[in-house]
Design a protein around this ligand. Structure first.
Ligand code: NAP
Length: 306
């Protein structure tokens, strides 16, 4: 508790691990705090990453392991602890966790984001009983079965492509008549024989007693209702920032993203936000890693002025 670090990085996804690598190169005294047993954040749940330059088709798990090994090899010290809040006294910031407190001159917040819930009847009751938020984690349980993927973004389409390899049939339920996902993913999806699109459709209920049995849909243009029999439902309707512990300390937008530009500076001097948790145009691995590098540059600038 006596040591005051130059910087503490909160989070060990691509942004946090990139900050660790840059921080070690800069010779800063630092630790990386991670809430989970595994590093990598959302990348861990990605079956295949095909847009990280130089590593086409790398699995999310392998990429996360590479990031972690790189940071470790540079000498990064990791502390497993969930951050509950940050206070400040005479320029020294204290990071509070359930297992103790840590003091630092600067903080890089890189806690990432987690999946959003659909918020329909049956979803919470059947979570883990056919309702899933991670196709790569749970897809194997649905071999030769019929599933529905809800959403039209990159994650939904990637999940549907992944699930179609082992499932008998995959419904993709999207509330509009156009997908949001990248063109290359859309093209791959449309080539699959066992994928059935449910356009302009929203889920009213996930139906089942002990296990998922069906999804009740309605067509937003015609109002027609439909019961679609499925064994599993994969919800992929976007993400929400893991920013609860920092709201009030740092300005956030309406959706809870911490307000910071490319320089990662927040409204609070000495606190920087990197990766999916900050306001930005594009939330991808490459922009998260870039944030980690920028954040360390901003931290160095801040430390020089202390
Ligand atoms: P996203 O891009 O925000 O897409 C969410 C999808 O869910 C949208 O199609 C949205 O519909 C739909 N949706 C939202 N709320 C809904 C609701 N209540 N009911 C039904 N549908 C709903 O989120 P994401 O796919 O999780 O991706 C998150 C971020 O990670 C994105 O920035 C994405 O580009 C990035 N990502 C990148 C890669 C990659 O580069 N390989 C891979 C994965 C994720 P609308 O389209 O109508 O809004």
């Amino acid at each position: 508790m006596n040591q005051v670090y130059d910087v503490i990085v909160v989070g060990s996804g691509p942004a946090g691990l990139s900050a660790a690598i840059y921080g070690q190169r800069a010779g800063l005294s630092m630790i990386v705090m991670e809430a989970s047993y595994v590093s990598g954040g959302q990348v861990q749940n990605t079956y295949e990453v095909d847009n990280y330059p130089g590593l086409p088709g790398v699995s999310g798990m392998e990429l996360a392991e590479k990031f972690r090994a790189h940071a470790e090899n540079m000498g990064t010290e990791f502390v497993r602890a969930e951050v509950t809040g940050i206070t400040e006294d005479e320029g020294v910031k204290t990071i509070h966790t359930k297992d103790g407190n840590y003091r630092t001159k600067a903080v890089i917040l890189a806690p990432g984001a987690t999946h959003r819930m659909l918020g329909v009847p049956g979803e919470a009751k059947l979570a883990g009983m056919g309702v899933s938020y991670c196709a790569t984690c749970d897809g194997a349980f649905f071999r030769n079965k019929t599933v529905a993927v809800i959403g039209g973004g990159d994650v939904a389409v990637e999940d549907a492509i992944f699930l179609a390899r082992g499932c008998k049939k995959v419904y993709v339920v999207h509330r509009r008549d156009q997908l949001r996902a990248a063109g290359i993913l859309q093209k791959r999806l449309m080539e699959l024989d066992n994928v059935v699109m449910k356009w302009d459709s929203v889920v009213d209920e996930i139906v089942g007693e002990e296990q998922v049995e069906a999804v009740k849909l309605h067509h937003v243009k015609t109002g027609r209702e439909e019961m679609c029999e499925v064994d599993g439902v994969f919800v992929a309707v976007g993400i929400q920032p893991n920013s609860e512990a920092f709201r009030g300390l740092v300005d956030a937008d309406e959706a809870g993203y911490l307000i910071a530009g490319e320089d990662t500076k927040t409204s609070h001097a000495g606190i920087f936000a990197a990766g999916d948790v900050r306001t930005k145009m594009l939330r991808q691995i490459i922009t998260a890693t870039a944030d980690g590098a920028n954040a360390i540059t901003a931290v160095q600038e801040y430390l020089l002025k202390l």
